[in-house]
Design a protein around this ligand. Structure first.
Ligand code: PD2
Ligand code: ZN
Length: 282
């Protein structure tokens, strides 16, 4: 028999969810009344997603889109990065934050810094007014961009990230390397492009919105320089080789992904950032 998602079924699923029944128990009821498991799962997912999107739209929020997501459902201690096992150190649901241990080896950290050093200049950020690039007073670090796939090391790291967060390599921007010296910081900001800014439509032509960020720590300062999430009072220590991943399903503060690079107090901090777009970044 073919099984159809009728308006009655949709209403029933939403009512079950609103009454506090778990998705698992709704799935069990559907299967008990003859639904094929895969069809029931699809029906549940699509119904609940569109219901949440309708609610979000009613509150004036932009729609949610699919985002990169590491497979952390079963609380693994390690994830397969293809060529390297990467530790899962912390997981937060909202904002979605995953802290990775040993995403990079010490040699990879050193090699990235060495390749970046001769190309460093005062960091530019995307100019949201025009869609071009500008010096940003909130970001006092020095930086450079690698092209995606620019060399063997960059390629290897990009494939590892793609595997870890289940997101195509082609959707990634080139890796940016930043250096912070004492007194420099990156004030709290969102990584997505503000839909209200006039330059945003131009920026979005290259792969759509940013939907995820991976900040990799290449060198440890002695003090300071954590990545902070002020909405949830979280600070991730900038431990060499480790990385913090976070995703944002809509370009809106409701994602709680406000984050910053705290001032470095002593020593030098180097990071490599990979931003992930909705679509192919050309
Ligand atoms: O250096 C950091 O910890 C940091 C903080 C906030 C990096 C970024 N944002 C970024 O590269 O987007
Ligand atoms: Zn950022």
């Amino acid at each position: 028999m073919t099984q159809q998602i009728t308006p009655e079924l949709t209403q029933w699923i939403v009512a079950q969810a609103q009454a506090g029944h778990s998705a698992e128990s709704v799935l069990q009821s559907m299967m008990a009344s003859g639904w094929d498991e895969d069809v029931a799962l699809d029906a549940l997912e699509s119904t609940l997603r569109s219901h949440l999107n309708e609610q979000a739209a009613a509150q004036g929020l932009p729609p949610a889109v699919p985002v990169p997501e590491p497979d952390v459902d079963e609380s693994p201690l390690y994830l397969d990065g293809g060529d390297r096992q990467v530790a899962v150190l912390s997981v937060m649901a909202s904002p979605r934050v995953v802290v990775f241990g040993g995403l990079l080896s010490d040699d990879e950290c050193d090699a990235l810094i060495a390749a970046a050093k001769p190309r460093m200049s005062r960091s530019l950020t995307v100019a949201t007014q025009t869609g071009g690039e500008e010096v940003n007073a909130d970001r006092t670090s020095q930086g450079m961009f690698f092209q995606r796939g620019e060399n063997a090391l960059v390629k290897r790291i990009e494939s590892r990230i793609a595997k870890l967060v289940n997101w195509p390599v082609q959707n990634g921007e080139g890796i940016q390397v930043l250096q912070y010296v004492p007194g420099t910081e990156y004030k709290p900001h969102y990584d997505y492009f503000d839909p209200k800014e006039p330059g945003t439509p131009t920026i979005l032509k290259r792969g759509g919105q940013r939907v995820g960020t991976v900040v990799m720590y290449l060198s440890e300062p002695e003090k300071g320089g954590g990545t902070t999430f002020p909405n949830v009072f979280l600070e991730v220590a900038p431990k060499r080789g480790n990385a913090v991943f976070f995703s944002y399903e809509r370009p809106h503060p409701s994602t709680k992904t406000l984050h910053g690079g705290a001032p470095v107090i002593a020593g030098e901090k180097w990071i490599a950032t990979k931003w992930l777009r909705e679509g192919e970044f050309k």
